[in-house]
Structures are given as structure tokens and as C-alpha cells.
Design a protein around this ligand. Sequence first.
Ligand code: ZN
Length: 408
Amino acid sequence: MYPIARLCGIGVLLGLLAAVLLKNMLMGDSVDFHRHKALLIGIDGVQYEQLKQVIDAGKAPNIAQFHLGMSYTGGIVDTSTRQPTLSGPGWATILTGTWANRHKVVSNNSGLHNKSDSIFKLISLSAPTRHTASIVSWNPINDNFVDDISAGFIELGVKCGGDDQCATDRTVQELRTGNFDFIFVHLDQPDGAGHENGFGSRYQDAITRTDHQIGQILAALSKRKQNNKGEDWLVVLTTDHGRRLPDGYDHGEQSRSEKTAFIGLDKPPNAELTQPIADPVDPGLEGLYGFASEADIVPTILVHLGINTDFERHAIDGVPVIGHIGVRQLTATLNRADRTVSLRWRVTEGSKQPLRIYRSGQLIAKLTDSSSQYVDSDLPPSIAELNYTVVLNDVPVSRLVYEAQIKR
Ligand SMILES: [Zn+2]
């Protein structure tokens, strides 16, 4: 009996092994994305050069551990993506991967409701077992995303009313005992210090204090990772806007310093973050638009969580800064005279796949050559709003074209 039972046991084991191998062969690199999680730490109003000074002085040791790359916010000045370098629009872009022409949070009015699909919604829709939290020091962020809270896409929404230690402690608590797949935490102190004192030691001290709180959060995360070996966390660090030169008191306009943000990752970034385009389509602001953008954060988190969005329904303007890159520098221009839309893009990563172009969810072209432009001359009679999506290496990047904006 014993040897036979043992043989049966081995047979079952071999069978299971074969099944697992077959599944891996069929699915390619099989990764258990359900143990992939993400933490997005947002710091309000951190000007990039000031941050670098604090890091270089050894006074932001936690932030210094991240792969940091410059990015821009506020959209592109002479296009429909332009938005003020204010916190409302800035966080809405960070949390949706879109600009104000889609998310509609055009100011700091806390009564504005985000109209794009948020990272919370995209994660929740991908699997009912995934849980999300938004823990904010500046309350209007969760007011702008109140529809996500009432729909349950944000399962835990915490407003700390300007108390960064409250946001830190709650995040630490949720990392210790909670079961969230995505946590967004917002810390406000540097912005407040900037408005009050401008650039100087008080502003830089505020960055140091925030770095200390980030250290508390990262310590809780590393403890969690020790206790949950199978979990694979991506940590992203960012800010919503820079500050106006020379004194740093204010922000909201379209200067290079106000539009400069940064993205920090605890995993190696791809070329979108590490190799800015030297000759961007729009050469303004000393080449700032050649860098990554704040719209890149949502697609980055989605890549880590293994979520392939249905781009026909959920358009995203950004490009992921980990994994494969899609097209970069995508522009879509409506030419009213001949009723065509010109699409242009850059490809900086080799690809053997066809590049596919969709207009409002419908496939209109499949390009197998290395072209970097396409003219759509088959427009519908009425163009209120058209969404174009270019898919390369399975990465979709979208642009919105609409007639009203062109008339301006
Ligand atoms: Zn501010």
C-alpha cells in the first residue's frame, strides 16, 4: 500500500508540475500580478533644483534612494492639454494619466469632479479583489475624486486636513495591517513652507521633514515585505508642480521652473525617464517637453500591476516609465481646411510588432514600416471630439482632438 500511495503521490505531483509548465509555456512569462502592489507618495510643491540641493547636502536620505528623473506638468502650453501649475489640476493628472482637457479639474476648486478614469477605478475594475486607498493631507484631492469614493473605486479615503503626520501614520498603519494593492499618500508641508517663506532654509527644512516621514513609510513597507515575501511593491515618488523663480513663493503659471516636476522610482526606469528626447516636437521651455510627464505615472503603475487597460474606453495620455515604451512625443493635429488629422510620433525602442492606430476605439491603420506619421483623411462629418490611440509594443498612448479648441 505504502509504495503505491507514494507512487500515486509522485504521479499527482508530476501531473501538477506538467500542468504548471504547460500553463507557463502557453502564457509566456507568467507573473503572478496579484501580488504586485504599488505605493504612490506625492509631495506638494517641490521645486526640482531645491530638492537636488537638499539631496546633495545629504538632508533627504530617503528620497535620495530613488531613481529620480525630471518630468513636466501643466500640459503643453500652446495646446489643449495646458493646465495651471496648481495642485488641483496637478494631482488630477498624476492620478488619471490625462491632462485637464480630459479630467476637467482646471483649478483648485474642490467642487470640481474628476472626469477621467482614475488609477483607482482602473485598478478596481481590473479585479474585484484589488483594494485601493487615498490618504491625503490636502483635502481637496479627495473632494475632486469624490465620485471614485462613492463608487467604491477608492475604498479607503482619508482626509488629514493639512496634518502630514496624520497622513504618514495612517499610511504606516495600512502598510502594517491593511491589505491594499494601491495606496496613494499625499504630503503637503513643502508647498506650505514655500508659500510662507519662499526658497531658503525653511523651505529646504520642510523637504527634510517630509523626507523623514517618507522614511517612516518606507520602513513600514520594508517590514511588510519581510513578512510577505511574495509581494512585489513598486514605489513611485512625485510632486504636483514646481515653483516660480526667483523666490519660490508662488506657482500656477507656465514658467519652466513651475512646470518642472520629477518622478522617482524604486525600480529601474526605462528610457522615457532616463533618456529625454533631445529635440522634442515643441522645443519650448529649454526642451522641457523632451522629458517624461506627470501623465506617465498612471500607465507606469498599471504596467507594474499587470493591468492592460481597455484603451477604447479608458484613454491615457502618458507613457509608462518602466517596461516597454510605446510611441513618444505623440501629437494629433486637426487641419480644419482639408479636414484631416495629422498624427506624429517618435519611436526610440526597437519593435517587430505592427503599430496600430485607433480613432475613437476603431482600428483605422496597421503600419508595419517604420513610419512616424499618419494622416487620417476619413473623418466623420461632425467632429466634436476624437480620441486617437497609437499602440506599439502593446503600449497604448492617446491624444484628444477637438474642434472647439482649434477655433480659439
Ligand atoms: Zn501651492
